[in-house]
Design a protein around this ligand. Structure first.
Ligand code: FAD
Ligand code: NAD
Length: 462
């Protein structure tokens, strides 16, 4: 087996791994990255963030053409769906971006290895690929991400009972799709297929959708999504699903068995450590399969680090990226830090749901006194002009210091608006700082400025 030496070997080329590799190369490390899949970019680029957003946008355009343009005085003739072309658009987007990562590797002088990366002792990784390799490195970064998971009693058949991966490529619009889980995937992909004409039933174990998100915002979201035709059953713990003849049957506590033609299991993802041979270096995973790290992403084994979905924390692409950068900067410069209070989270439904910082529930539980400012989109001039009046912006600020602790927005382009709030939290801004910063008129961002004024009961337009 050929043997090579690098300063850093990264295992996994998702947003955590490939970004870490690029930053390490920028900092002068001789860097290699091993990826087992045929394309770079990880879950995010291949079967996650990017293809789902391509389909969300395309399905939204379709739905607008069908029902939404009349109010603007735009009359279109008969609208029809070319699903194959929609999928082609999605696939092309994915290919362009995954090739883009390959281009970035080349530009930054990163050596890519195709194959399964396996720990073979301290400072040694073997690549199980077409050309087996033995790589020696002072530093090893595990960025192997996460993979789909299911529930006991439900066997994924990769066809009719599947996960987000299958739901990104259904060859035709199902008549009736049952989503198990009202988390991010359930709502995003449920929205896609609802817009394209499917009946969509969402079964959720908890008594609310989007567990963990701000409860008031999640409640508003549920109301809006219900209006769009998604059917919700809350408090419905799914206990089984099976294929029966031409259809599927889903069983949930408190409900009659539901017949449908496709089932999408979206009950979370599991850290991916399969094939890594953690035992070869004495590394163990916790009860949820995650690799334990300290605040600098160092594992219990010197020289081995881990970041992204394979460690604790929200499974988000930008969280993985921040960790990758902080980890390699710490290795090279001695500094590197991620502020987990300033990591935003966005659900790309229509309208979008975005948040950063603490929820009201978290503040109450921690006994932190806060003031709350809410501003409805219906009172925002731009929202009126563009016909996107659903939603609200909410700012939670410390009752004593006025420091912004949490921001929750549901409304058009909330995912872009939340960037301002993340910067505010990162800089330790007060709600007064946001209120006193000039926001261009007419923009949706003015809703945030007004919510900041509302913290102190001074909103101008409501
Ligand atoms: P991954 O992206 O999972 O990458 C890990 C890589 O490692 C993979 O390419 C895998 O093939 C490779 N690998 C694993 N083991 C080995 C091995 N032993 N050897 C070699 N290679 C290996 N997040 C967002 O922030 N925004 C979104 O809009 C969003 N949408 C999503 C939509 C869907 C449908 C899904 C499923 C996820 C979405 N996510 C989103 C989550 C996001 O994709 C993940 O949080 C992110 O990809 C994690 O990055 P990562 O680098 O840790 O791992
Ligand atoms: P999730 O954790 O967001 O939601 C899973 C849902 O399934 C929860 O609401 C849970 O209560 C429910 N559930 C669990 N067991 C159940 C049962 N037996 N019956 C009924 N409901 C049950 O997970 P997900 O939606 O699968 O997403 C996986 C990961 O991917 C998430 O961590 C998410 O952060 C990430 N993701 C992010 C985005 C984004 O940022 N826009 C988009 C998609 C996915």
């Amino acid at each position: 087996m050929e043997e090579r030496q690098h300063d850093l070997v990264v295992i996994g080329a998702g947003p955590g791994g490939y970004v870490a590799a690029i930053r390490a190369a920028q900092l002068g490390l001789d860097t290699a990255c091993i990826e087992k899949a045929s394309a770079l970019g990880g879950t995010c680029l291949r079967v996650g963030c990017i293809p789902s957003k391509a389909l969300l946008e395309a399905s939204h355009k379709y739905q607008e053409a069908v029902t939404g343009l009349k109010k603007y005085g735009v009359l279109v003739g008969e609208v029809s769906l070319d699903l194959a072309r929609m999928m082609k658009h999605k696939d092309k987007t994915v290919t362009t971006l995954t090739r883009g990562v390959a281009g970035l590797f080349k530009k930054n002088g990163i050596t890519g290895y195709k194959g399964l990366g396996r720990l073979a002792g301290p400072g040694v990784v073997e690549v199980d690929g077409d050309t087996p390799m033995r790589l020696k490195a002072k530093h090893i970064l595990i960025a192997t991400g996460s993979e789909v998971t299911s529930l006991p009693g439900i066997e994924l058949d990769g066809d009719r009972i599947g996960t987000s991966t299958e739901a990104l490529s259904y060859p035709e619009v199902p008549q009736h799709l049952v989503m198990i889980g009202a988390g991010v995937i359930g709502l995003e992909l449920g929205s896609v297929w609802r817009r394209l004409g499917a009946r969509v039933t969402v079964l959720e174990y908890q008594d609310r959708i989007l567990p963990g998100m701000d409860a008031e915002t999640a409640k508003l979201a549920q109301r809006m999504l219900k209006k769009q035709g998604l059917e919700f059953h809350l408090g419905a713990r799914v206990t089984g699903a099976r294929v029966e003849g031409d259809s599927c049957v889903v069983e949930a506590e408190g409900l009659e068995p539901i017949q449908c033609d496709l089932v999408l299991v979206a009950v979370g993802r599991k850290p991916n450590t399969e094939g890594l041979a953690l035992e070869a270096v004495g590394l163990e995973t916790d009860s949820r399969g995650r690799i334990a790290v300290d605040e600098h992403y160092a594992t219990a084994v010197p020289g081995i680090y881990a970041i992204g979905d394979v460690i604790a924390g929200p499974m988000l692409a930008h969280k993985a990226e921040e960790e990758g950068i902080a980890c390699v900067e710490r290795i090279v410069t001695g500094y590197g830090h991620v502020n987990y209070d300033a990591i935003p989270s966005v659900v790309y439904t229509h309208p979008e749901i975005a948040s950063v910082g603490k929820t009201e529930e978290e503040l109450k539980e921690a006994g932190v006194a806060y003031n709350k400012g809410v501003f409805p989109f219906i009172a925002n001039g731009r929202a009126k002009a563009v016909g996107e009046t659903e939603g609200q912006a909410k700012i939670l600020a410390d009752a004593t210091t006025d420091r912004v602790l949490g921001v929750h927005v549901i409304g058009a382009h909330a995912g872009d608006l939340i960037a301002e709030a993340a910067v505010a939290i990162e800089f330790g801004a007060s709600s007064e700082d946001i209120a006193r910063s000039s926001h261009a008129h007419p923009t949706l961002a003015e809703a945030l400025k007004e919510a900041a004024f509302a913290v102190d009961d001074r909103a101008i337009h409501s």
